[in-house]
Design a protein. Structure first.
Length: 315
């Protein structure tokens, strides 16, 4: 196999760390007026959302048109609860799952308190019901805690309900942003929670973790999770440098390009994102008359830059 082909194969094995937390889960009472987006979801995607009319589609093709108002969205709030309760004839607490699809479009799924999905009415504005939406991205991202000295991670309830049946408890892989694979195991606690514990101590020692961490996890493949540990203040850990060594045979990924890591952590910005008000154009100048034309997009806690360097002679 040529070097070029080998590199392409290695890159194909890398998992993307883009587009996390596209879904948000809410417990809603029918008489409430507002729903609050989950804080982590909003940190990732709030800057992408547009004020005015937004469109929420259920799995069979019904649409609800709702208004996002800036004064409410500052607190992650929007009006939807009564509209959903009336349209779907809900008279008890229910779970509302929301998936952000970009621009002004969302998908929704509705569940009873026991997490049983409701029967959706047939669409009224189309001649035949549309095919159910793919739900593969619902509830695949969640936030947990890495607690010391117990060294375990609890899997979120909604994730367990929808995805636990796929898991081989003894053969789970956690993959960090450097593409380092950590083999762990899952067991069920006495109260029915699924706990990641086997192998977590080795992972803690590998990253030299000394205190409790918030763990962002994304289920991307059978028995495979991506994960990112943060402090309680929202600061991501400093990943061990040795995992990107060319001689690291554990990852079977070959040569490592540092640019791949930073690129893989960026969100996929659509045409709508780059036209949004969060896009800023700046011009930086050094003492040697070197100019950088910068386009900067601020999204939650992450900053992305697209630079084009230009140089002109001093006059």
């Amino acid at each position: 196999m040529s070097t070029s082909q080998a590199n392409q194969t290695n890159l194909a094995r890398r998992y993307s760390f883009k587009n996390w937390f596209q879904s948000s889960l809410h417990l809603v009472f029918p008489t409430w007026e507002f729903v609050h987006f989950d804080e982590t979801f909003f940190d990732y995607w709030g800057q992408h959302m547009e004020m005015g009319t937004n469109y929420f589609r259920d799995p069979v093709g019904n649409y609800l048109m709702l208004e996002f108002e800036e004064s409410f969205m500052q607190n992650r709030s929007f009006r939807i609860a009564r509209e959903i309760s009336n349209f779907y004839k809900l008279d008890d607490l229910y779970w509302l799952g929301i998936l952000y699809c970009g621009h002004r479009y969302f998908q929704i799924r509705i569940f009873s308190l026991a997490m049983k999905e409701i029967e959706y009415p047939a669409p009224r504005l189309v001649p035949n019901p549309q095919q159910p939406l793919s739900s593969s991205r619902f509830f695949t991202c969640f936030k947990s805690e890495l607690l010391l000295p117990q060294t375990f991670i609890k899997l979120e309830y909604a994730f367990v309900i929808f995805w636990a049946h796929e898991l081989d408890y003894d053969n789970i892989q956690l993959i960090d942003p450097r593409q380092k694979k950590h083999d762990v195991g899952i067991h069920k606690s006495v109260n029915g929670d699924l706990i990641v514990q086997k192998g977590v101590l080795e992972m803690v020692q590998y990253f030299n973790v000394k205190e409790n961490k918030i763990i962002h996890m994304s289920y991307v493949d059978r028995n495979t999770f991506l994960f990112r540990p943060f402090s309680y203040e929202g600061i991501e850990i400093n990943y061990a440098p040795e995992v990107v060594s060319i001689s690291n045979h554990d990852t079977h990924l070959g040569d490592y390009d540092p640019a791949d890591f930073y690129y893989s952590m960026a969100k996929c910005l659509s045409e709508n994102d780059t036209k949004s008000s969060s896009l800023q154009k700046l011009l930086l100048r050094t003492g040697h008359d070197t100019y950088w034309s910068i386009q900067k997009v601020i999204v939650g806690l992450v900053q992305f830059e697209d630079r084009e360097e230009r140089t002109k002679n001093a006059t």
